[in-house]
Design a protein around this ligand. Structure first.
Ligand SMILES: NC(=O)C1=CN([C@@H]2O[C@H](COP(=O)(O)OP(=O)(O)OC[C@H]3O[C@@H](n4cnc5c(N)ncnc54)[C@H](OP(=O)(O)O)[C@@H]3O)[C@@H](O)[C@H]2O)C=CC1
Ligand SMILES: O=C(O)C1=N[C@H](C(=O)O)C[C@H](O)C1
Length: 274
């Protein structure tokens, strides 16, 4: 499939990320948008190109993922479904796409480790590629790699993630993945130096694996930001990534659409396909 045009369905096409994805696909000659899906009544029936701001594409937004997947199969357009919807629906969306033989590229966060495991088994059985990518920006991959390097020398680390206040899930998928990457190194962090008592529940954040704490901030005016703060006696090492425009995710999304067509299993994380 690599040299052919890749058909793509965008689910969540009217949303903040979906619109960027529609524009990015529309301007990529090796990709072809075949359907656009969203549940928001403000967008249903309207031309997805008009909603995305790239001019008419003659593709109406439908509130029917199953129908769009079925139509793509009927027209032999077995390509990719890009999902930027909601944590409550992403699991079912991915299962449906795989069942139709259409490869999911998943940006939606909020899947539990157990759900990811189940989807991996489902994709394996169907020999269908699937990518679950909590963060499509290259800057975040670089931050995570720097955090892994730093963790060899620092035993104390906490993560702060800051997002716009329309975000449904907390902590962010990126913060969870970052904590998982540090925990996978097999060392415990933050050995206690004092007996702590939390006077307000949540004051010390959420406890991820190996003692790593994640703190979530939600405010209008933010887009997506993350700090990984390492501490040692006499020094603090801070890694920070800031998103100022959702266009920053598009090179990663386009790469994932192309790569997933070569896969037969589920892969979790952009760092694995770079
Ligand atoms: N991996 C990455 O790099 C990134 C991931 N994200 C993640 O992507 C997801 C979407 O983010 P964002 O675009 O900001 O969110 P938005 O709310 O702006 O967009 C989501 C769109 O999907 C629609 N939708 C929700 N549920 C369904 C469903 N079951 N079927 C079809 N459409 C649905 C929403 O409709 P309605 O308005 O009615 O809810 C909305 O139009 C989030 O999980 C976010 O964390 C975001 C940025 C980067
Ligand atoms: O909701 C968002 O905006 C984002 N969600 C992803 C996450 O949960 O990590 C990626 C990025 O942080 C933006």
């Amino acid at each position: 499939m690599a040299s052919q045009v890749i058909p793509a369905i965008v689910n969540g096409a009217g949303g903040k990320m979906g619109r960027e994805v529609v524009k990015a696909i529309a301007s990529s000659p090796d990709l072809k948008l075949v359907a656009a899906v969203d549940r928001n009544p403000d967008y249903i029936g309207r031309d997805v190109g008009e909603i995305a701001g790239c001019g008419p594409l003659e593709i109406p937004i439908l509130n029917d993922l199953e129908g769009s997947l079925g139509m793509a199969v009927q027209e032999k357009e077995l390509g990719v479904m890009v999902d930027f919807t909601h944590p409550s629906s992403v699991y079912d969306n991915v299962r449906s796409a795989i069942a139709y033989g259409i490869r999911p590229v998943v940006g939606t966060t909020g899947l539990s480790p157990q759900q990811i495991q189940e989807l991996a088994e489902f994709a394996d059985k169907a020999s269908t590629g699937c990518l679950i990518i909590p963060n499509f920006s290259i800057g975040m991959v670089l931050l995570q790699q720097a955090a892994i390097s730093a963790s060899k020398y620092f035993d104390h680390v906490e993560i702060i993630e800051l997002h716009h206040n329309q975000k449904a899930d907390a902590p962010s998928g990126t913060a969870i993945k970052t904590a998982e990457m540090l925990a996978e190194l097999g060392k415990p962090y933050n050995p206690p130096s004092v007996e702590e008592s939390e006077k307000l529940t949540g004051a010390r954040g959420a406890l991820a694996g190996e003692g790593i704490r994640i703190h979530s901030v939600r405010l209008p005016g933010l887009i997506a930001h993350q700090e990984v703060i390492f501490g040692a006696p006499g020094q603090i090492y801070t890694l920070r990534h800031d998103t100022s425009d959702r266009a920053c995710y598009m090179p990663g999304v386009l790469l994932a659409i192309r790569k997933v067509t070569e896969l037969k299993t589920l892969v979790y994380g952009l760092e694995k396909i770079l």
